[in-house]
Design a protein around this ligand. Structure first.
Ligand code: HDE
Length: 702
């Protein structure tokens, strides 16, 4: 006999409780269960079995419940973003510290203390939507402010410059970095022939390459990286006065990166590491914050600089134009639905509000076209602006009508303007507002720089090496070694030797010592410098670009996660001491044990573990503690994952708290004593940062 297995409402096979208005559950408790329907609202009686002609017979075409469900499923994916496909996002708000009315009439910058809702998406650039979170890559940092005068999108990156000066090179750049065209690999990696081939022929990319090979491109967390608007924009006040501006996001969590070996291991241990980190921090109420800063300057200052502020391969060092902090962004709510919000959000640098304006930066100008175009491809209809994550939170009315997926139902005849329908008592619709509406600045950049039609870069964009030199020479020695080693690593994956030589020739222009170190790491000769389009200048240094030893390096347990490795028999007092040290400083402890259930400490007290040892390697944590009994230690010395736990924590320059019982494990792992290998009670004073001074003991760097 055929059986009808309907477990969905009853929890038991065979018995169907779910009916219209049914308020019974299997236990007989009164509770409203909403009714499962098709998308047409037709109640579904069975969501487990297709309609068949007999129990072992063929499926019937008339099964509209089946067909509708499968049809919808077949179309669930939309095209992923061609760049920045892999992303994680959160809701929050921007709070203004002080009125900026002297600089801009932008509504969100008028009233101190006012909050503007926003939605922020972080991303990697090269990998597909399902790629890992920790490749060496630039990170996108896109913020949609829902202001009272429309949406303003500040679509930036975590690096303040870009690879190219002209939008026409963008498709080439992206083709070169993505999977190679014939073989479809490597995914989410720049360490391959085509990327470096392109870069070697593109001297303007040299400055960005310095940043991309630095620790900036392997951030520890999305919460520990800066954001930059990159291009120079303009602020316009109520009197029409124009101020040039660059935007910065400074993380209150401080800046922190991983080591390369750690980033690679993280990719295996938890491909979603950064997405999880952001989601879990917000879920536990540890809301990440960034301060919004501006570098505001005038044309006179711009003219005095030895580089062009319209060139997106250049920074203005903070030491020359300080960053003025004007407010903060707090991310305090995770999306309810990844697809509806994170996937469907459509950023566009052309979304700008009265009081802010573009400049003639040729990269920005190209972007103004690209994003709207890509949104149509991805979201399928010009009505994507009606999707709630994209819709403005202020009144929106115009005469745009119809098109696919139109959600609004308009009334009346006014679908054109001007009209005089109001004179006949009909609804006439909205009208333009010459005084308060968005007006493009007719400033110098718009007027005087117009000329003949040319495909030409300005002379002022010709210096491709001086700022690359400034960046490299500004770094801490540990960061310089990381950068040189990253270039060695990447070029070692490049099979085309002439490409390696060409990169080395470019590096000679940046810094002779850097070129020598990279050449030595590759086992190659240093070639002659490549011809430079403009003489390379010494522009001094900018300590603000450092992470290690820089003004914003992270040194706090707050917001971090700390692994505490224990086993049955671990001394409860020492475990408690280390947990207290972590919690007192605002960190989150994570108990790691050989078994994920309860750990029984010496004395009999128990505690649930947060993770099992094999699935919780030390790369997941900002620092670790290892608290074991002598017996527990003996047992774990025979477990590779435990030895690796200590070995990696040491090699990644993390603080390690250790009790007496666990010392033999550390010895087996090759951990050497230093100022960051401490007893449990001292953990709080060393666990907030990395201890890079240890690195030469564990790694040969270029
Ligand atoms: Fe983008 N970029 N980009 N880009 N970009 C996109 O738009 C493009 C550039 C950036 O989280 C795309 O909606 C061109 C610079 C971020 O959804 C696309 C050029 C900077 C995001 C596009 C650039 C960025 C994008 C793909 C050279 C830093 C992700 C999907 C002229 C200031 C936003 C989409 C999100 C996304 C084009 C250069 C940042 C194809 C043509 C410079 C953060 O339109």
């Amino acid at each position: 006999m055929a059986r009808q297995d309907n477990v969905q409402a009853s929890g038991k096979g065979g018995e169907l409780h779910q009916q219209v208005g049914d308020k019974r559950t299997p236990g007989g408790k009164a509770e409203t269960i909403s009714r499962l329907t098709t998308s047409q609202g037709i109640p579904v009686s069975d969501n487990q079995n297709q309609l068949k002609a007999g129990a072992r017979g063929p499926v019937l075409l008339e099964d509209f419940v089946l067909r509708e469900k499968i049809f919808h499923f077949d179309h669930e994916r939309i095209p992923e973003r061609i760049v920045h496909a892999r992303g994680s996002a959160a809701h929050g708000y921007f709070e203004l510290y002080e009125s900026l009315s002297d600089l801009t009439s932008a509504d969100l910058f008028q009233r101190a203390g006012e909050k503007t809702p926003l939605f922020t998406r972080f991303s990697t650039v090269a990998g597909g939507a399902g790629s890992v979170d920790t490749p060496r890559d630039v990170r996108g940092f896109a913020v949609k402010f829902y202001t009272k005068e429309g949406n303003w999108d500040l679509v930036g990156n975590n690096i303040p410059v870009f690879f190219i000066q002209d939008a026409i090179k963008f498709p080439d750049l992206i083709h070169s970095v993505k999977m190679e065209a014939d073989r479809g690999f490597p995914q989410a990696a720049s360490a391959h022939d085509t990327f470096w081939d392109f870069i070697s022929l593109m001297p303007e990319a040299t400055h960005m390459i310095m940043w991309a090979m630095s620790d900036r491109a392997i951030p520890r967390s999305l919460r520990t990286m800066e954001g930059f608007g990159i291009h120079t924009f303009r602020l316009v006040n109520a009197e029409g006065k124009v101020t040039l501006v660059k935007f910065h996001w400074k993380p209150k969590q401080g800046l922190a990166s991983t080591s390369w070996d750690e980033a690679v291991k993280l990719a295996g241990a938890d491909p979603d590491f950064q997405r999880r980190d952001l989601f879990e921090a917000i879920s536990r109420g540890d809301h990440p914050e960034w301060e919004l800063g501006i570098q505001a300057f005038d044309e006179e200052l711009a003219d005095s600089l030895p580089y062009d502020v319209l060139d997106p391969t250049k920074i203005i060092p903070e030491e020359i134009v300080p960053v003025r902090v004007i407010g903060r962004m707090v991310l305090d709510r995770n999306p309810d639905n990844f697809f509806a919000e994170t996937e469907q959000v459509a950023y566009c640098p052309a979304n700008i509000v009265p009081g802010i304006d573009f400049t003639n930066d040729p990269l920005l100008q190209g972007r103004l076209f690209s994003y709207l175009d890509t949104q149509l491809k991805r979201l399928g209809s010009p009505n994507f602006t009606q999707i709630s994550i994209n819709a403005p939170k202020c009144p929106m009315m115009n005469f745009q009508r119809d098109a696919q997926m139109q959600m609004q139902q308009f009334s009346g005849r006014a679908n054109y303007e001007p009209n005089s329908l109001a004179e006949a008592g009909e609804e006439g619709g909205p009208r333009e507002c010459p005084h308060t509406g968005f007006r493009s600045v007719a400033g110098r950049a718009a007027r005087q720089e117009q000329g003949d039609k040319l495909r030409l870069r300005p002379e002022s964009f010709a210096d491709h090496y001086s700022q690359a030199r400034l960046f490299f020479r500004s770094l801490d020695t540990a960061e310089q070694a990381h950068l040189a080693s990253a270039v060695v690593f990447e070029l070692s994956k490049v099979g085309l030797t002439h490409v390696r030589t060409r990169i080395l020739a470019n590096l000679v222009n940046v810094d002779g010592e850097l070129a020598r170190r990279v050449a030595q790491g590759l086992g190659m000769e240093v070639p002659d410098a490549s011809p430079a389009a403009a003489p390379v200048q010494d522009l001094g240094t900018s300590p603000a670009v450092r992470i290690i030893g820089g003004p914003r390096e992270r040194d706090s347990l707050k917001g971090g996660t700390f692994g505490v490795l224990v086993a049955d028999g671990s001394p409860a007092g020492e475990v408690k001491a280390v947990l207290k040290a972590i919690k007192d400083k605002g960190g989150t402890p994570f108990i790691v044990s050989p078994k994920v259930g309860e750990v029984t400490f010496a004395g009999g007290s128990t505690m649930a573990a947060d993770g099992q040892l094999a699935g919780s390697p030390s790369v997941l944590f900002d620092a670790v503690a290892i608290i074991l009994s002598p017996e527990g230690c003996k047992m774990l010395m025979g477990e590779g994952a435990a030895v690796q736990f200590a070995m990696d924590a040491f090699a990644h320059c993390k603080a390690i708290a250790v009790n007496e019982g666990a010392r033999p494990l550390l010895e087996k792992a090759g951990v050497m004593p230093d100022e960051a290998v401490v007893p449990p009670e001292k953990f709080g004073s060393v666990a907030g940062r990395r201890h890079w001074a240890r690195e030469p003991k564990v790694r040969m760097l270029a």
